[in-house]
Design a protein around this ligand. Structure first.
Ligand SMILES: NC(=O)C1=CN([C@@H]2O[C@H](COP(=O)(O)OP(=O)(O)OC[C@H]3O[C@@H](n4cnc5c(N)ncnc54)[C@H](O)[C@@H]3O)[C@@H](O)[C@H]2O)C=CC1
Ligand SMILES: O=C(O)C(=O)Cc1ccc(O)cc1
Length: 365
């Protein structure tokens, strides 16, 4: 039996646990600072047991995954440095930045314990264990940053353990990771939020901005709905790269501003054509990466038996549900039920069936 400890049982820790559980020979202990998250994770079958005692969670573990926010990783690593661990244990993390993590991950090898940085390049703008999914990492890149001198067989052990995620595991230097991921993931979150903030400030004067915001605006700003604390931590842990990207961005904006000022149609067209050529050449998004589940939200009256009636209705139509959770229940006010489906077709069929029965149903991005 392989003992696994997941420290931070949220979206990523929960999804990792669900993927690794596909290998029946694992036992997963979850640690979290929020006891309710552990209770929820146990009841959803994400972890085998939960504890709020860190030393106890890791003592017998063969693999330890740090899945807490980036801002908490250094503190967790420092704790592990002086905590009794099993000889040969492999520690990894899932943080979105790698240089600041690897700088702190010293002092393990001399104890016969190994630290290998990690970053599964798939996720969501949603947070929390309720949003976790066993196929979240399917077809996504999963970057590992082993420090120099890590024995090959240790990296291989970690790769074998990660096989049930069906991610494409790649080895990368931490600095290179932060530069590339800074440009394709971290910086776009700044741009998406900046766009939303710009429109929101105009909207203060005239509500039409909000009303007409649709299509392209919604597509390009989806990630502005991400967890603000998580993105604060990511930016603060990739500062030199973020500063450089912001400076380059200012230049790009100045250039386009000048083209507009000069009414340089050819230049403007070239700007869009270059972007289109690169965008159209991006690899196809394979199913599994980033959007593996489809959620429907159903308004539910606060009355006994309503959830049973909804699930029975869907069962009668042979529509499979992958997850179900109650998001709000307040006295005299409608609650909201979130139902997840494996495919868009299942979700649409469920939406039709429930609306026919008079339920208020909607999708939320
Ligand atoms: N959300 C995403 O799309 C992705 C996130 N990541 C990275 O994975 C990590 C986890 O992110 P999510 O799962 O999205 O966040 P989350 O907010 O869903 O889960 C984080 C969990 O860590 C717990 N936690 C907070 N402080 C802790 C501490 N000191 N010790 C143990 N647990 C603690 C929280 O209570 C929560 O349950 C972050 O480092 C993030 O940068 C990586 C890939 C994608
Ligand atoms: O919601 C999205 O599209 C994301 O950007 C998901 C994501 C968030 C953080 C990461 O480190 C990797 C992927």
């Amino acid at each position: 039996m392989t003992e696994i400890a997941i420290l931070g049982v949220g979206l990523i820790g929960g999804s990792l646990a669900l993927s690794l559980k596909k290998n029946e020979d694992v036992h997963i202990t979850g640690f979290d600072v929020v006891e309710d998250n552990l209770r929820m994770a146990c009841s959803l079958g994400v972890i085998d047991r939960g504890t709020t005692h860190l030393a106890e969670a890791v003592a017998q573990a063969d693999f330890i995954f740090l899945c807490a926010p980036v801002g908490k990783l250094q503190e967790l690593i420092s704790f592990l440095r002086y905590t009794p661990l099993k000889e040969g244990a492999v520690i990894s993390d899932t943080g979105s930045t790698k240089v600041s993590v690897m700088e702190h991950a010293y002092g393990f090898a001399q104890r016969g314990v190994y630290f290998i940085g990690g970053h599964p390049m798939a996720g969501s703008h949603k947070s929390g264990v309720e949003a976790s999914h066993d196929r979240l990492f399917e077809n996504a890149y999963y970057v590992l940053t082993p420090p120099e001198g890590t024995p090959n067989e240790i990296v291989e052990r970690l790769k074998i353990l990660l096989a049930p995620t069906h991610a494409k595991v790649v080895i990368m230097d931490a600095q290179k990771h932060d530069e590339v991921v800074g440009a394709i993931s971290h910086f776009p979150h700044i741009i998406a939020s900046a766009l939303v903030n710009q429109v929101a400030s105009y909207n203060d004067e005239m509500d039409w901005y909000r009303c007409l915001a649709a299509g392209g605006f919604r597509d390009i700003t989806r990630i502005a709905s991400s967890n603000p604390g998580m993105w604060r931590d990511i930016l603060l842990n990739n500062r030199p790269v973020m500063k450089k990207l912001a400076e380059d961005w200012k230049q790009i904006l100045d250039q386009i501003s000048e083209l507009i000022e000069k009414a340089d149609g050819k230049g403007i067209e070239r700007f869009f054509a270059e972007a289109r050529a690169f965008r159209d050449g991006l690899p196809e998004k394979k199913k599994g990466a980033l959007q593996p589940y489809f959620d429907l939200y159903v308004d539910i009256p606060d009355e006994p038996g309503v959830i049973g009636r909804i699930t029975t209705l869907l069962g009668q139509e042979n529509i499979s549900i992958t997850n179900i959770s109650i998001l709000e229940t307040r006295e005299d006010i409608l609650g909201v039920l979130r139902i997840s489906f494996r495919s868009h077709e299942d979700m649409e069929q469920a939406s039709r069936v429930l609306q026919e029965k008079g339920y208020g149903v909607y999708e939320r991005e």
